[in-house]
Write a protein that binds this ligand. Structure first.
Ligand code: SF4
Length: 431
């Protein structure tokens, strides 16, 4: 309800500075994930990096190389592949070779569990071809074996000068550590809630393992840490605590996020909160693909999260209204989708041809209520006619009304105008 005590000009009362909502810098050490001349910096002020993971059988070198290529073209700056058997390890150099042959220099990350120490020792070409090793301290063996096998993997990383991610996952947490901590807690006069002990065990496993890796000869800037959880509030709690306690680069992701809308929303909620606090140097969105859905969807979502937060720009953005009873035709929905699909499809080529095009804003609006206003805020926008409006669609370019489209061919004509605009503005070509 309007406050009747406001002065006549409410603006007079808003005289304090409105702070722009920019994430603070979380100062981490900068890791480098390298393949040939390609250096992907992680942390230390580098842009938040996007990574993804294949779901092919690594033994199928061609199938895996093709999926890595698809993920890289979609925008994944590093791609993780599972290295679970001797057969898989033997194929890793061939996957690398196929990618190099296709001109795809995306660094490969090897995901190891249980037998990574053996595979990295027995398959030196695999150890060489990978640019980073993912080590899960909960899955490197029990008792004496744990320390020995962990050390073997770290020594391989030091020998081949590779980055490692020490990736704790609450689903495969070091059970000996957890049991010890639970037992100690039970002896306290006022024990903590089990959830607290779980959080502490996850953080302890990550930080102790990283310190141990350093004591074994790895540099701090070769280490990236993660503590993945599947609950949004759990992930936020643990990463806030982790960021306070160390300056290693952090890999961020909600594990087992699920599929479709649920997985996308849960990942966005968790990552959005943390990234806005400056926490997270590289992200992965762990979506379960829906039947028939491309694996690249996890990359699309990751890019959108970073772009929505204003942390990075990857694709031109298309602003479209949700539609309502004022526009019952689907024309604007179809046009918005067409333009969005077209811009995304062109980006792999346009990135080089039209520098800066990723910052472009296009508006496709459904009626006169917000159409002209939103279109003026975009670089190029169209306000389609709503119910009962004259069958005319004004087009706004750089904030000014440029022309009005009429008739049945509005979609194609607007499409052509967008292309011309891009060529003129970003290609330096006179039209
Ligand atoms: S711009 Fe028009 S059609 Fe679109 S949501 Fe607003 S009022 Fe509805």
């Amino acid at each position: 309800m309007r406050d009747m005590n406001l002065p006549l000009s409410a603006l007079d009362a808003i005289d304090d500075f409105v702070e722009p909502a920019l994430p603070p810098a979380h100062r981490t050490r900068q890791a480098k994930v390298v393949w040939g001349s390609r250096v992907v910096t992680v942390g230390g002020g580098a842009p938040v990096r996007v990574q993804a993971m294949t779901n092919t059988d690594t033994v199928d070198a061609i199938g895996t190389a093709i999926q890595v290529k698809e993920l890289a073209i979609a925008g994944s700056e590093m791609v993780r592949i599972t290295v679970n058997t001797p057969e898989a390890a033997a194929q890793v150099p061939y996957i690398r070779e196929q990618l190099d042959r296709m001109g795809i220099d995306v660094p490969l990350i090897g995901d190891f569990h249980y037998n990574g120490h053996r595979l990295l020792t027995d398959y030196p070409a695999c150890a060489e071809a990978l640019s980073k090793y993912r080590i899960n301290p909960g899955n490197v063996g029990k008792g004496d074996k744990h320390d020995r096998q962990f050390a073997q993997m770290i020594e391989a990383a030091a020998k081949y000068d590779k980055a490692v991610r020490i990736g704790v996952n609450w689903g495969s947490l070091d059970q000996e550590l957890l049991t010890d901590m639970m037992d100690a807690n039970a002896k306290l006069a006022e024990p903590f809630e089990p959830q607290q002990i779980m959080y502490r065990a996850i953080l302890t496993s990550a930080i102790q393992s990283a310190r141990r890796a350093e004591s074994l000869g790895l540099r701090g800037d070769q280490i990236i840490l993660s503590c993945k959880m599947s609950g949004v509030q759990d992930l936020i709690s643990v990463y806030r605590a982790l960021a306070k306690r160390c300056d290693y680069a952090l890999h961020l992701g909600l594990t087992e996020a699920g599929m479709g809308t649920k997985g996308t929303v849960a990942s966005t909620a968790a990552l959005g909160v943390l990234l806005q606090e400056g926490i997270g140097d590289t992200i992965r969105v762990s979506l379960t693909p829906q039947p028939g859905e491309a694996r690249t969807q996890e990359v699309v979502v990751a890019l959108e999260i970073l772009q929505a937060l204003g942390l990075r720009q990857f694709n031109p953005s298309v602003t479209a209204c949700p539609g309502c009873g004022r526009t019952t035709s689907t024309t604007f929905q179809v046009l918005a989708k067409q333009i969005d699909d077209f811009l995304r499809a062109q980006m792999p080529v346009w990135k080089a041809k039209y520098p800066g095009v990723e910052k472009m804003k296009v508006a496709v609006m459904g009626c006169i209520v917000n159409g002209p206003g939103e279109s003026k805020h975009a670089d190029i926008g169209i306000s389609l006619p709503g119910n009962g409006e004259a069958p005319a669609a004004p087009v706004f370019i750089d904030g000014k009304k440029a022309l009005t489209l009429r008739g049945d061919n509005i979609a194609n004509e607007f499409h052509a105008l967008v292309e011309r605009y891009i060529d003129k503005r970003f290609g330096g070509v006179a039209t």
